[in-house]
Write a protein that binds this ligand. Structure first.
Ligand SMILES: Cc1cc2nc3c(=O)[nH]c(=O)nc-3n(C[C@H](O)[C@H](O)[C@H](O)COP(=O)(O)OP(=O)(O)OC[C@H]3O[C@@H](n4cnc5c(N)ncnc54)[C@H](O)[C@@H]3O)c2cc1C
Length: 335
């Protein structure tokens, strides 16, 4: 295995090799979200010589990718959203940032140090059934989910899950509900049936048409549509109530394209559903920076690109202060 100190992820290192490598060794900067802010963060993190991994869903699934024209990008009039994103993505890869496809589920502070080395602060990021280790994190997840279902936060980890691949086995042989709010949710729900869960799938027919998908026949216990959900239980989940009925279930899988910030990173300070940052894009959690639409209005590409640049430079300054043994790591990176 390569020595972490010498490794510079480049196109020579495949996404699979990157996943394996950074499951045990921390990358300098993990960028969560592959949009304009994420790609700008990645490019500028690389200009500072930092190793960078971008963890994201497929950037071609984003709303921006479908926008026919983005007319206010200086010097690039008339480009479509797809053209811009293809350029940003290619530039980040060319600079040596590595993209991993996946949805970050939880970001947890983690100390990589030992009694010999002393504290080495960093983060563990759970995605699918994998972990990405990082020394600093840039959140660039776009506009976040603004509301959770009643009971969702309370039962998270006690019957509520955001990942069928990771948690499915816990519910083997038991009735579960899947609330499908993302394109890959049907695939995840099918996975649950394959490992022996009896699955009720809640899906909106309008979403199905938008995604160009159909629900496989004779696979699910029930396929239903509802718009209001309440998760109930005592110590663990026992039921899911909709506007139409109450369904006894042991687990509820809520599969969205984005994760509510409150559950992605505990303790992150928010303001009106946006991540609160200072002018250096630092959040209230040392080592965590944020850029783009997730930090607030105006929700625009150029603002996301600028904040991505600032977040990357601040993450680099934070890492430098850790490396120099500064007593207050990252102080100079924050206002
Ligand atoms: C139809 C349309 C037209 C627009 N027109 C313009 C325009 O003309 N000019 C302009 O300036 N702006 C325009 N915008 C706004 C612009 O698209 C946004 O401001 C910009 O995309 C924000 O960039 P971002 O990187 O912050 O977030 P996004 O572009 O939203 O990217 C966020 C990425 O993070 C990923 N992600 C989210 N959560 C997670 C997670 N937990 N784990 C991993 N990945 C995650 C998402 O899948 C997504 O790929 C338009 C938007 C739309 C929808």
């Amino acid at each position: 295995m390569a020595n972490k100190a010498n490794i510079t992820p480049s196109p020579r290192l495949s996404a699979e090799e990157t996943m394996d490598f950074y499951e045990t060794e921390p990358v300098d900067i993990a960028v969560i979200g592959g949009g304009p802010a994420g790609y700008s963060s990645a490019i500028n993190g690389r200009t500072r010589g930092r190793s960078v991994v971008i963890l994201s869903g497929d950037y071609r699934d984003s709303y921006l990718y479908k926008a026919s024209v983005i007319d206010n990008m200086p010097g690039m009039p008339g480009k479509s959203g797809a053209e811009l994103l293809d350029l940003f993505h290619a530039h980040a890869e060319q600079m040596g940032a590595v993209s991993i496809k996946g949805q970050a589920l939880v970001v947890m502070p983690f100390d990589f140090g030992s009694s010999k080395t002393g504290a080495k602060p960093g983060f563990q990021i759970a995605y699918g059934s994998h972990i990405l280790m990082a020394r600093a994190v840039i959140l660039s997840t776009g506009v976040a989910v603004t509301s959770m279902y009643p009971g969702e936060e309370n039962f998270l980890g006690r019957g509520v899950s955001y990942c069928a691949t990771c948690d499915g086995m816990l519910y083997r042989g038991r009735p579960v509900a899947v609330i499908a709010r993302s394109k890959d949710a049907i695939e995840e729900a099918v996975h649950l049936t394959k490992i022996g869960c009896s699955v009720t799938l809640f899906i909106n027919p309008a979403d199905l048409r938008r995604w160009g998908l159909t629900v496989p026949e004779n696979t699910f216990e029930h396929v239903l549509h509802a718009s209001a959900f309440r998760i109930e239980g005592d110590d663990f989940v026992t039921a899911l109530t909709t506007e139409n009925e109450t369904l006894p279930v042991a687990g509820v899988f809520i599969l969205r394209a984005s994760i509510a910030m409150q559950s992605l990173l505990s303790g992150l300070t928010m303001e009106k559903n946006y991540i609160l940052t200072d002018r250096t894009q630092a959040t209230n959690i040392p080592g965590v920076f944020a850029a783009g639409d997730c930090t607030g209005k105006p929700l625009q590409v150029a603002k996301s690109l600028g904040e991505g640049l600032v977040a990357a430079l601040s993450a680099d300054a934070y890492l430098s202060s850790l490396e120099s043994g500064s007593e207050t790591p990252g102080k100079e990176a924050r206002v």
